[in-house]
Write a protein that binds this ligand. Structure first.
Ligand code: FE2
Length: 200
């Protein structure tokens, strides 16, 4: 079954994000969905035609992670945004875990912002390692590589240039401020509780 691009039109009008920037970002995301479907269909057709030993098959197989993760990472990103954002409740399991793993919420935020401000293009991700029961702020470069196995993303921030340059030029820190203003902590806390409870 083909993947369908999800709609995030409810984000249009979010403070700190122009309509142009958001609409271009949605179009870019839709391209990942289209290409994920194309790559999956082509790979299936090649397997059927006994072309799995070919360099073309191998190259497209390598490419699949780029398209798939581009689709999924954008879904995480748009889903964890909400007009005006929402606060992280101090009684939530996520808040308590952040304090326990980072010493304080402030330490965590400082670290996450620093990861997001790193030079280069990529993603800042708050990952939860289910087996080790630990939170990590991670830098994911190009999204086909570098994800920690078995960990679940709880907060995803896009820091590819297309995510902010239209509105902020090189001032990435200002974009990160806008991201935090619209971050839905409620959603992140809910996702964390599900993972912690289910162990997955
Ligand atoms: Fe993006």
């Amino acid at each position: 079954m083909a993947y369908e691009a999800k709609k995030y039109d409810g984000l249009v009008g979010m403070e700190g994000f122009s309509d142009t920037l958001l609409k271009n970002h949605f179009t870019l995301y839709q391209g990942y969905v289209t290409n994920t479907n194309k790559a999956a269909d082509t790979l299936a057709a090649m397997a059927k035609d006994a072309r799995i030993g070919t360099p073309e098959y191998a190259e497209l197989k390598r490419r699949f992670g780029w398209e798939f993760n581009g689709m999924r990472m954008h879904e995480y990103y748009f889903t964890n945004l909400k007009k005006g954002g929402s606060a992280l409740a101090k009684e939530s399991a996520l808040y308590k875990k952040i304090v326990s793993d980072f010493g304080s919420y402030e330490n965590w935020e400082k670290d996450f912002r620093a990861v997001g401000a790193m030079r280069g293009i990529g993603w800042a991700v708050l990952y939860y390692d289910i087996l080790g029961e630990r939170l990590f702020n991670m830098w994911i470069n190009e999204h086909d590589a570098g994800h920690p196995a078995g960990c679940k993303p709880k907060i995803v921030m896009d820091v590819f240039e297309h995510a902010y340059m239209t509105d902020y030029g090189l001032k990435r820190a200002d974009y990160i401020n806008a991201f935090f203003k619209n971050l839905s902590w409620e959603k992140a806390a809910e996702k964390f509780e599900k993972s912690a409870k289910a162990g997955r």
